[in-house]
Design a protein around this ligand. Structure first.
Ligand SMILES: Nc1ncnc2c1ncn2[C@@H]1O[C@H](COP(=O)(O)OP(=O)(O)OP(=O)(O)O)[C@@H](O)[C@H]1O
Length: 215
């Protein structure tokens, strides 16, 4: 699989009717480091993550997934996404969800499950229908699913949601391992202090604009 080394957003605008969610965002996301996106409710964080993840089309502006280029279809195969709506099937078990995602990426489902089970410490809860799992358990399965194909761009929207202290510690270990592996990891969080010390770059949004960009 070809990998993304850098994502460059230039002049990205996204409007929903009369609402301007993003008003000309310039940003560079680099591989091998954690980029933290911060901002108040409604400042455009999830919209920006959605655009980086190719699930939302910008109204104007451009995205370049270096060295793959601007074709979102090519980039999509190497993106891992953890979102509010974990995009998983509630009637399937966690294991089936992970195996399905592995199959989607052309991986051996059994092998992918064994690896995910060990890495994310997925206990017997992962064998029950997802809808019967707690929020924290679902979040762990969603993370396992998002990372099953070793994506080079990892997008995590509010990844601490529903996690207890041990869960947050486990999540941070996964974030560190992904950065170490060389992935570009982007986190949107209302708890930025949890990530700040390991974030090599920060983007602070205010009403659709980047007001602080530090690395
Ligand atoms: N599908 C949509 N249709 C209409 N307006 C939208 C849509 N998605 C987002 N918006 C608007 O765009 C703006 C930015 O929303 P976005 O969800 O990106 O903000 P956010 O910073 O992630 O917010 P939060 O911290 O509350 O999750 C908001 O004013 C929101 O109401």
């Amino acid at each position: 699989m070809r990998t993304i080394e850098r994502v460059v957003a230039r002049g990205v605008v996204k409007t929903y009717g009369a609402t301007a969610a993003l008003r000309g965002v310039n940003a560079t996301i680099e591989a091998g480091r954690l980029t933290l996106i911060e901002g108040a409710n409604g400042s455009g964080k999830s919209t920006l993550l959605g655009i980086l993840g190719t699930v939302i089309r910008p109204t104007s502006g451009s995205l370049d997934y270096e060295p793959l280029g601007d074709d979102v279809g090519t980039a999509r195969g190497t993106i891992g996404w953890l979102s509010h709506e974990s995009l998983a099937y509630p009637d399937l078990s966690g294991r089936q969800n992970v195996e399905l995602a592995a199959g989607f990426h052309g991986l051996d489902a059994h092998e992918a499950w064994r690896h995910a089970e060990e890495r994310f410490e997925l206990g017997s809860f992962a064998l029950r229908p997802l809808r019967t799992c707690s929020r924290g358990q679902r979040q762990r399965i969603a993370l396992a699913r998002a990372l099953v194909h070793q994506p080079s761009l990892v997008l995590l929207d509010e990844p601490t949601t529903g996690l207890d202290r041990a869960g947050v510690a486990r999540l941070l270990a996964v974030v560190d391992a992904e950065v170490e592996r060389g992935a570009a990891v982007v986190v949107v969080s209302h708890e930025p202090e949890v990530f700040r010390e390991r974030a090599a770059a920060r983007l602070v949004l205010e009403r659709g604009r980047v007001v602080t960009s530090a690395s």
